[in-house]
Design a binder for this molecule. Structure first.
Ligand SMILES: O=C(O)CCC(=O)C(=O)O
Ligand SMILES: [Fe+2]
Length: 213
């Protein structure tokens, strides 16, 4: 059996956004940083495989013009007990933390100096799986949500556009093992999406750590 401890390489020196390996994305009205070297490739691949295997992935549905459709990705939510998360009308109750996710949460908390009580997992089976334009602005996340988003697997484009000027755009490559953080007024001023990319044939799992009040 693989020990969860093998997922994470020896801890790096404590880092804060915009120091030690963090790169800031220039986007007016947003606070977005990425640490591409958060997980090494070996640890990132182990985590990807393990999560694909052990998570009881949900195929949620969404109603569009009264007709039910499969959401174009699989999901699951883990967190401290007692929270109910509404996402586009879908009610999600968190599963209890598993050792792999607790270990990753610990490393994410060390790197960001923030606490998180839940994580939403998205499983993009290939480039046909997507997430459409939205902001992570659920009321339970507070006025300026701080979100830490870990990506493992296929590199995907993370598109950003300003809510009040949709011609103002950014494209961030979410690479294998990278940790992206969004804070400040990002969710109020910008939306994000993972668009379809037909040439992508490999899976990707994204973990967005969140702090619900
Ligand atoms: O997969 C990603 O990188 C983004 C996921 C996302 O935006 C979300 O779960 O709210
Ligand atoms: Fe999001």
């Amino acid at each position: 059996m693989t020990q969860p401890a093998l997922f994470i390489e020896p801890p790096a020196a404590p880092a804060e956004p915009s120091t030690r390996g963090w790169e800031q994305i220039s986007a007016p009205g947003a606070l977005i940083c990425i640490k591409r070297s958060f997980l090494g490739p070996v640890a990132a691949t182990k985590l990807l495989r393990r999560l694909i295997d052990v998570v009881p992935w949900r195929q949620d549905k969404i109603k569009i013009f009264g007709k039910e459709h499969d959401l174009p990705r699989l999901q699951q939510w883990y967190g401290d007990p007692g929270q109910v998360y509404l996402w586009s009308g879908i009610e999600m109750r968190p599963l209890p933390w598993i050792p792999e996710l607790l270990e990753v949460r610990e490393a994410v908390q060390r790197a960001t100096k923030r606490d998180f009580n839940s994580v939403l997992l998205n499983y993009y089976r290939d480039g046909n799986d997507t997430v459409s334009w939205h902001a992570d602005d659920e009321p339970g996340l507070g006025l300026s949500p701080f979100i830490a988003s870990l990506s493992v697997g296929a590199e995907r484009d993370f598109l950003l556009r300003r809510t009040d000027d949709k011609t103002e755009k950014r494209n961030i490559k979410l690479t294998h093992g990278s940790l992206l953080v969004m804070g400040g007024e990002t969710q109020g001023n910008w939306q994000h999406a993972i668009p379809r990319r037909k040439r992508v044939t490999e899976p990707r799992v994204n973990l967005t750590f969140r702090e619900f009040e």
